[in-house]
Design a binder for this molecule. Structure first.
Ligand code: ADP
Ligand code: MG
Length: 280
């Protein structure tokens, strides 16, 4: 079933003098079980797309089909309530959304809000906190005593506690140190291996190459590239024009190519470069 955007346009503050067009005629599909990366320069419309995927924003034109629910410009809150649970959206700087007095209560809040008993919600919360690597000794602490990276993981656990089918992540590693980034990317990979559909907005092309199976690139509200990372990263010049760049290995291979090494295609991962060199 997946999620399909069909000819979606979106305008903020439509019909007012402040009206600004964020997306124009975007059509794309997020396949069930895929790991989709969404890339694009700042302001290209990435966060707007993410909010359309879970019904937080309604399309101004076109439609968004999430599993078997179709969201149109006139959908009501009641019609899309279920989708918010199925498609979990983790905002950029998700830690800003934390508000409860203890870590455990914060993570249990979502399921409780959807009618799960307090006891059951806390059980789910413990499980999800363990999954994101938050030590039990922190469960009764105020979330505001934690480090930035820990707070972000608590926020992600809060989303996982809703047991969504699709997890949508808006620049989840922004502002973290390299170790924190690596841990989060490993967590997402584990979730994906467990069957979760992932949608990741990132500026890190290496993460796209190493983890995603599909990539969409946006430019000024329009979808300009889509395919597997391997296909998309062959278009080095175009990506540079979009100010996106390519993975480090692709860049390195490009330098070798410019110095005369013949390579059939550009590798996007280190293992691939090794293989290409062995067959040289
Ligand atoms: P990205 O996430 O790729 O940086 P956004 O989806 O946030 O892009 O923004 C797309 C466009 O919509 C930009 O031009 C941005 O200025 C505009 N925009 C985003 N949010 C709002 C808003 N709440 N009100 C008005 N314009 C907005
Ligand atoms: Mg954004």
């Amino acid at each position: 079933m997946g999620i399909t955007l069909e000819n979606v346009s979106f305008t903020y503050q439509e019909g007012t003098p402040l009206s600004s067009s964020a997306l124009t005629d975007v059509s794309l599909t997020i396949e069930d079980g895929s790991y989709t990366a969404l890339v694009g320069h700042t302001g290209s419309g990435k966060s707007t797309i993410l909010q359309l995927l879970n019904g937080l924003l309604l399309p101004s034109k076109g439609s968004v089909r999430v599993f078997d629910t179709v969201i149109t410009p006139t959908s009501t809150n009641k019609e899309i309530r279920q989708i918010r649970k199925q498609v979990g959206l983790v905002f950029q700087f998700a830690e800003n959304q934390i508000f409860e007095e203890t870590v455990l209560k914060d993570v249990a809040f979502g399921p409780q809000n959807f009618g799960v008993s307090e006891e059951e919600a806390k059980k789910i919360a413990r499980e999800k906190l363990a999954l994101v690597g938050i030590d039990e000794s922190l469960f009764e602490r105020s979330p505001f005593e934690l480090s930035g990276g820990q707070m972000r993981r608590v926020a992600i656990a809060g989303m996982l506690a809703m047991e969504p089918t699709v997890l949508v992540l808006d620049e989840p590693t922004a502002g973290l140190d390299p170790a924190g980034r690596k841990e989060l990317m490993a967590l997402f990979e584990a979730l994906h291996k467990n069957g979760m559909t992932l949608v990741l907005v990132t500026h890190t092309m290496d993460d796209v190459a190493n983890f995603a199976d599909t990539v969409f690139a946006l430019e000024a509200g329009k979808l300009v590239l889509n395919g597997s990372p391997r296909e998309v990263f062959q278009q080095v010049e175009y990506l540079q024009k979009l100010q996106l760049g390519v993975p480090q290995i692709t860049n390195f291979a490009l330098q070798l190519k410019r110095r005369g090494l013949s390579l059939g295609r550009l590798p996007i991962k280190i293992e691939e470069l090794k293989e290409l060199l062995l067959h040289e």
